[in-house]
Design a protein around this ligand. Structure first.
Ligand code: MF3
Ligand code: CO
Length: 290
């Protein structure tokens, strides 16, 4: 990499002199690198203009999930949810990111009960009283990506399912409390895993969160079974998702052989997931979508 002069314009695109912008940032990163930590590269640090683009995308993402929240109920098929997501996203001039992503056939993932994630909407899946469902919505607006998911309880659900959904959502807050510049992603991962375990649940190991913004899935990969003081250093300008999948029973999972997508719990017990998208700021974090 070319060495940048202290009076040159910063690499971040702010237009400010390097010495007044990201010089101290780079010094910190270099300290961590010397200490053998995993550090973010410049290309995953978002510029202020990029952050604004991602924020706008996230506003659409939230509006689409709000629409789902208002209309979801017993009797609705997951195919109908897929139509809502397509219609609402395009109404705001967005594109549903899952559609044709790696061959994914629909606009949204809908995962019911023991489906962990990547459920494919279908006219054959009719929601019924007592179901829990994750609706995972990802949006492209003007080339910027956003991604979040929520759980919905259909009518009256059992106490044990309700508790799983609530504890999973609470785990986001526990994880968020660990997000700050110059902490480690593992601080967040361990906090979530400890909390889930303390409540008698298990956390899916193979599937995690991800950097996002200019692409659907960017570095880093984000584990929720990691250890404090490990994984990538969190630096201001990083955007990533926190999206733990928490199982009532075993953490083990398998993927549907026929459709190649849907992930299920190995023991058939329920699984829940909430997903938020966050920006690491100079003082902590900003929630972009929830
Ligand atoms: N939010 C999910 C993820 O981050 C969405 C997957 S879309 C799919 O992986 F097309 F890959 F299913
Ligand atoms: Co995601």
């Amino acid at each position: 990499m070319l060495k940048i002069g202290r009076n040159d314009a910063c690499w971040c695109g702010s237009g400010i002199k390097y010495k007044n912008c990201h010089e101290s940032f780079d010094n910190k990163i270099n300290d961590f690198r010397r200490a053998r930590a995993i550090v973010p590269t410049h290309d995953i640090i978002k510029t202020p203009a990029q952050v604004e683009g991602i924020r706008e995308s996230a506003r659409v993402n939230i509006a689409v999930l709000d629409y789902v929240a208002e209309h979801i109920k017993a009797g609705v098929t997951t195919e109908e949810i897929d139509h809502w997501v397509y219609e609402q996203t395009t109404k705001y001039h967005g594109i549903p990111a899952p559609l044709n992503y790696d061959g994914f056939p629909k606009s949204v993932c809908t995962s019911v009960n023991h489906e962990v994630c990547h459920g494919i909407p279908s006219p054959d899946v009719v929601l019924k009283e007592g179901d829990i469902i994750n609706v995972d919505c990802s949006t492209i607006l003007n080339g910027y990506f956003s991604d979040s998911s929520r759980m919905f309880c259909i009518g009256e659900v059992s106490e044990e399912k309700k508790r799983l959904v609530d504890i999973t959502e609470q785990s986001l807050q526990i994880g968020l409390a660990e997000v700050k510049p110059w902490g480690f992603l593992g601080d967040m991962g361990q906090a979530i895993n400890d909390f889930a375990k303390k409540n008698g649940y298990s956390v899916v190991r193979e599937i995690g969160g991800h950097g996002i913004g200019l692409e659907f899935h960017e570095e880093p990969w984000v584990s929720f079974v990691s250890r404090r003081g490990t994984e990538m250093v969190m630096a201001p300008g990083m955007v990533f998702t926190i999206e733990p999948m928490i199982n009532m029973g075993t953490a083990r999972i398998y993927t549907d052989k026929k459709n190649g997508w849907t992930v299920y719990t190995a023991d058939g017990k329920p699984s829940a997931q909430w997903e938020i998208q966050i920006l690491v700021t100079d003082t902590g974090y900003e929630i972009l979508s929830y």
